[in-house]
Design a binder for this molecule. Structure first.
Ligand SMILES: O=C(O)CCC(=O)C(=O)O
Ligand SMILES: [Fe+2]
Length: 302
């Protein structure tokens, strides 16, 4: 069921297959709003190495993790059971570390090679994002490098973040939420998961990027090491005049029985603050990414 809903798309021979890949990506984005990428150029070994770094960080003492504290102003740093969800009225049962190129980073003394490994991983995520976004740009009638420029993570005003996430193991967790239902507010999200650490559920079917219409039917998407789950965020839904869908998703622990620890890694393309966002059909008034983001945060977490 989930496999039918969320198509598996190969990026193999990207340049020569670009037209076919674009068709597949657009079809997925216009319907489920989710897709799974394979042959994307990051090996299982590299993904496991990044998860090992993440696991090592979350295994540190609270005091050591607290040396990179979460800042409300930048939304970077380590947070612990801190995300209050309007959709559930409860705190998500998780801890996470938000990172940006120019944010505070954990020290290499605490985790050897943390920054080097993670920055290389971010560079790979950026280049996969550029490929996918160049296809969407073409389909929307923008220049092919339009979103690549808008999302350039090396520019100091870029809001793109990597988030390392850890959901602690639980048992009989009825009524608690690992991540309450939400849409992502950025442009495009790449999500990495590990075999056996299930919990992600998705809900297609949303008509406007600013509505809260939460559908009824959530479909579990089994976690696999290797493929990247990609979803459209609200910003790209707005930027495409609501053509590409940013859909609701959530993470659940089992109501009855044991749920193992779950580690996930999300790369959020969130664009450059100064960029003006408007769809080709001008369905919504133009807005800077900065203003858009402030409005979306107020709507989702206000
Ligand atoms: O951990 C996951 O699979 C989902 C995380 C997520 O949806 C988010 O951080 O926005
Ligand atoms: Fe999300």
């Amino acid at each position: 069921m989930a496999e039918r809903l969320v198509p598996v798309i190969s990026l193999k021979d990207f340049e020569s297959r670009k037209e076919e890949i674009t068709e597949q990506l657009v079809e997925a984005a216009e319907n489920a709003g989710f897709l799974t990428l394979v042959d994307h150029g990051i090996s299982v070994h590299e993904i496991e190495a990044q998860f090992a770094i993440s696991k090592a960080f979350f295994g540190l003492s609270l005091e050591t993790k607290g040396k990179t504290p979460h800042s409300k102003k930048t939304n970077n740093g380590w947070e612990y059971m801190a995300q209050l969800r309007p959709s559930t009225g409860m705190y998500d049962q998780k801890e996470s570390l938000w990172l940006q190129r120019n944010s505070e980073w954990p020290s290499d003394d605490d985790i050897p090679k943390f920054r080097e490994t993670t920055e290389n991983f971010m560079t790979k995520c950026a280049s996969i994002s550029d490929q996918v976004l160049s296809c969407f740009a073409k389909a929307l009638g923008f220049p092919e490098d339009y979103f690549k420029i808008a999302n350039d993570p090396l520019q100091p005003d870029c809001l793109t973040q990597l988030r390392l996430i850890h959901y602690p193991a639980s048992e009989n967790a009825a009524g608690s939420w690992r991540a309450g239902s939400h849409t992502d507010i950025g442009c495009l999200t790449l999500l990495f998961q590990r075999d056996g650490e299930d919990g992600l559920e998705i809900c297609p079917g949303r008509e406007s990027h600013s509505t809260f219409a939460i559908g009824e039917t959530f479909t579990p998407l089994p976690a696999k090491t290797g493929p990247i789950v990609v979803n459209i965020g609200d910003m790209l839904m707005a930027w495409s005049d609501d053509r590409l869908k940013s859909n609701f998703h959530r993470v659940r622990a089992k109501d009855i029985g044991k749920s193992p620890d779950r580690y996930s890694i999300a790369y959020f393309n969130q664009s450059r603050k100064g960029f003006v966002l408007q769809g080709p059909k001008k369905k919504y008034p133009p807005m800077t990414v900065d203003d858009y983001f402030k409005q979306a945060v107020a709507r989702n977490f206000g």
